[in-house]
Structure formats: structure tokens, C-alpha cells
Design a protein around this ligand. Sequence first.
Ligand code: ADP
Ligand code: F6P
Length: 324
Amino acid sequence: MSEAVHTIGVLTSGGDAPGMNAAVRAVVRTALASGCGVKGIQKGYAGLLEEEIMDLDRYSVADKINRGGTFLYTARSEEFRTAEGQEKAAENCRKHGIDGLVVIGGDGSFRGAAKLAGLGINTIGVPGTIDLDISCTEYTIGFDTAVNTAMAAIDKVRDTSTSHERCSIIEVMGRRAGYIALYCGIANGAEDILLPELYDYDEEKIVEHIVKYHKRGKKHHIIINAEGVGHSTSMAKRIQAATGIETRATILGHLQRGGSPTARDRVMASLMGAYAVQVLLEGRSKRVVAYKNGALTDYDIEEALAMQKEINSFEVMVSQMLSK
Ligand code: ADP
Ligand code: F6P
């Protein structure tokens, strides 16, 4: 066993994502295999403050790899954002013998993990969010499941849209990031995609597309709109008025966050969870696991948070070209 850590705590924080359970399972079983004890903290940082902490053994994570959501529950905690809250959380870690903490979540959760590291708790973040909006990594747990779920739903909307020769605006999740919209745009062959990173709010351009494609004989017009652009229902009304083509809006919402994780999410979650424990066992702290150029690596949390990520312009170009 490492001299660095003896008891590893694990929590899930922020929005849940399919595959979080698989990541917790990997953390638990890797830690146990290395001779560490494991504590599960319920409801993220809120549960750490309330001491909702339990021992986990290998059976605690049996039958979890295939389950969506997070059996540890998740939460957002305002109290933890304060210096007093962070002190109390670090104190609770010490009280329960937790000297290494795996935080599965997004950027906000990693900011919290950096604060705890500053207070003497070894921490590591594992990227878990359906939005793929963590700059340091090319993969986040939950993204693949969410895209597959949205893709299947959009296919269904397309069936009815084609039957009625309608235009359909389908809103997918992504408050600040358009990755789900972009990947569905390619996977569903959408005529238009609206991404918060790029959308110029020029509805005239969309109307022109719809009219042009309609004249060419297209039987549907699928617009995938990211939540960050939003306003799908009012946009549908305006587009119908401008084109004379019946237009409907469908907001997919939280169904994209649930469901059994895909193989990709289960595999990535298992690898990232195991990797996180290894980093703690090496005595390293304030790190975040990342998938970069086909391999797992890790970064200092603050360095990772300062990184910028841009929408891939080739992917955008392909999505547009292939639906023309
Ligand atoms: P995500 O981790 O998915 O980005 P949030 O941004 O909601 O989700 O963050 C999850 C939790 O992490 C917050 O409720 C809060 O307790 C904690 N957190 C977020 N930002 C900070 C911060 N700057 N400092 C300390 N804790 C933070
Ligand atoms: O998990 C990420 C995300 O789905 C965003 O796309 C969305 O804006 C947000 O979470 C909504 O989360 P909630 O409804 O839990 O506040």
C-alpha cells in the first residue's frame, strides 16, 4: 500500500451522467485491490458537509456498472463554495480518515477539489458530464450515452416530421456547449445545427435553407438546437410564419441524462476511475484525469481549468456539407 493514502473517498457532484456508477465501481475496486479502505460520500460536497459518508466494499458496487444515474446521488452545494464550508469539508475528511478524494463531476466540482487540495486533502477529478465541456479532455463520462439517447429520439421525430412534411426543431442539452448538438447533427443528418459557440442568431439564413431544401423536394427539415441557444418553441412559431411550412419544437430535456451507459461510457469510466486511484496512490494531488490523443493522462486542476476548448470546425463543416 502507498504511504500517501490509506482511505479513499469518492463522490459524484454537479449534473449526473450515465457511467458515473461505473466510475465509482472502478474507484472502489482499484482502491481495495491496493489495500486502501474506501468511503462513499453521498450527495457530493453537500453530503461531505453533512457527513453522509459510508464504507464501501466490493459488493457495494455490484450490479452498478450497467445502471444510469449515480447511486451515491449528486447535489450542488452553496455552503461548500464558502471558505468556511471548505474548511468544514476538509475537517470532515480528516474525521473520517479520508486522505484521498476522487471527485467525479465537471469544472465546478474540480474547482472545489482544488480548494480541498489546498487544505491538505489529496484530490483528483474524473470528468463526468454529458456536455463534453471540460477543456483538458477529449472525453467526458456520459457524453456517448447522451448522444445515443438523443440520436434515437431525433430519429423518431424525423419519422413523423417526414410523414407530415414538416420542419422540426429539436432542442438537446448543452447550456454552454454545443457538442451534443454537433454530434447529433452529424449522426442524425440534420439540415441545420445551432451551437451556442457559433450561432449568429440570423434566423433569415435558416428560413432560406428551409425554403431552398423544400423546393428541392426534401420532405423534412431537422434543426438541432442546443439548449444554450434555446427558445425552440418561439423559434418554431417564427419559422412557420416565415416559411408557411408547419414547424414543431421538441425539447428532449433530462431524458438525455438518464439510461444505461453505452459500452464506451462504461469502458472510459472504468479506465478513468482506476487511473484516478493510481494517481492518488502515487502521492499526487490536485490533478484531473483526461483523455488526450488516445491515452489517459492527468493535469494540475488549475492548469486544466485555464485551458480553452474550441468546437472542431471540420466537424461543423462536415455536418453542414453532408446535409446539403
Ligand atoms: P459541475 O461540476 O458539473 O460543473 P457545478 O458547477 O454545479 O457542477 O459544481 C458542483 C459543485 O461544486 C457546486 O455546487 C459547488 O459546491 C462546487 N463548486 C463549484 N464551483 C466552485 C468553486 N469555485 N469553489 C468551490 N466549490 C465550487
Ligand atoms: O449535465 C449538464 C447539463 O445537462 C446541461 O446541459 C444543462 O444545462 C444542465 O446540466 C441542467 O442541469 P439541471 O437541470 O440539473 O440544473
